[in-house]
Design a protein around this ligand. Sequence first.
Ligand SMILES: *Cc1c(COP(=O)(O)O)cnc(C)c1O
Length: 494
Amino acid sequence: MKYYSTRDRSLRMDSAEAIKMGLSRDGGLLTPEAIPQIDRAFLESLVGECYQTRAARVMGLYLTDYTEEELLAFAKNAYGPDKFDTEAVAPVRTLDETTHCLELWHGPTSAFKDMALQMLPQLLSAALRKTGEDKTACILVATSGDTGKAAMEGFADVPQTKIMVFYPKDGVSKVQEAQMVTQEGENVGVCAVVGNFDDAQAGVKRIFSDPATRETLAGRGYFLSSANSINWGRILPQVVYYISAYCDLVRDGKLSMGDRVNFCVPTGNFGDILAAYYAKRMGLPVGKLICASNRNDVLTDFLRTGVYDRNRPFHTTMSPSMDILVSSNLERLLFDLSGENDAEVRGYMEALAKDGKYEVSDGIRAAMKEQFWGGFCGEDGTAAAIGEYYKKGYLIDTHTAVAASVMEQYRRETGDRTVTVFVSTASPYKFCNHVLTAIGETPAGDGVELLDQLNGATGVPVPRRLAALRGKERRFDRTCEKPGMDDVVLDFLK
Ligand SMILES: *Cc1c(COP(=O)(O)O)cnc(C)c1O
């Protein structure tokens, strides 16, 4: 299977090359030239299998230049008991006969980013081998909190790689910061940037596109790569858990093979829900894809009207990983829904860059309406959902609460009673202060001491790796201004 750019179909390459590059040189996203189809027999064959085997089988359909033995070995490394605190890896929790929750935060950093970032470093290492690359890959990451930690955890001490993470100085939770500045590994670097997430992100983009920096680094034996969800190696491992959740529901008698299921996904960069879309396009029996946003409701408007307009205020919310106004992965959806019309996609992206705005064709608008439903939930609604679910005996984080609330809206407005799985993307322990407040407690402090308070109030166990943050040595203390980010990278790659 070949991969090509959403902005130029004549640029074609193997998956190893696509994973190594991260982003196409023309600014487009690298995307498979065909979506492999699965049938009932394929799904039936996965029902009795473990998560690791399901992952190797599904990924093998797309990564034809990797062997199935390779992929199985990667999946065993990525999702083993030393990394995940449950054998199920991505368990489905049943709330009632038509409502289930897919928990994606049982990995080492307690956020769903682990599902892909435990796998990507292995795909990338193999890609370096397969393409005969002799330079070291330096992964540059701008993070609003979860990606940076999960990427470092995945890349720590992986040969022929280094990773440098920038986070906004006052833009991440105390637990998230503690997770990052205590990261172990000889090949990792972390630096706080004075400014917000967009500043950090703009700085990273600038370094990526600066030919002088690239040349200097090449002279030192490095090339830059990305671990953001623009990399196909991040999207593909996420397709797996939608198929896996379906198999679990069939195995446990909650669904008959062939019945449809809806997925409701808390969305920021449109990566996670795009993976659900690919699962549906592959032939998984999926009804509606419910796209849940927080107060930054640019996607809700887009799915309803066909007009994408980022010209609006940016809100900082209690679900920070969804505070985003430009959802990069939408480009892959537009490419597919336009019938892989690269010129059309290029036009939309040019308009977005120029005016911050574009309007899709009637065809795309209709197709989006058919497959997606968009809704959003404000801060009060988010807190209320945490409170309600807690009363029902289930403690959820702020991002998951957005999904839960939008799922209810969807059911109220449409009357659709299809079995629905909403996606839980982080442990409540990553956002202790907001979760404590939402369940009626007063946070006593703002650091890792809140882990104990939340545990004392709820009795829900603290994830092992978060509990271990207490007393862990701080390894990184550097802060820079936005223009100083280049120097930090050049120092790091001496
Ligand atoms: C990254 C993240 C999201 C958003 O996922 P996208 O793939 O960017 O849409 C939602 N919840 C949490 C906890 C996250 O870390």
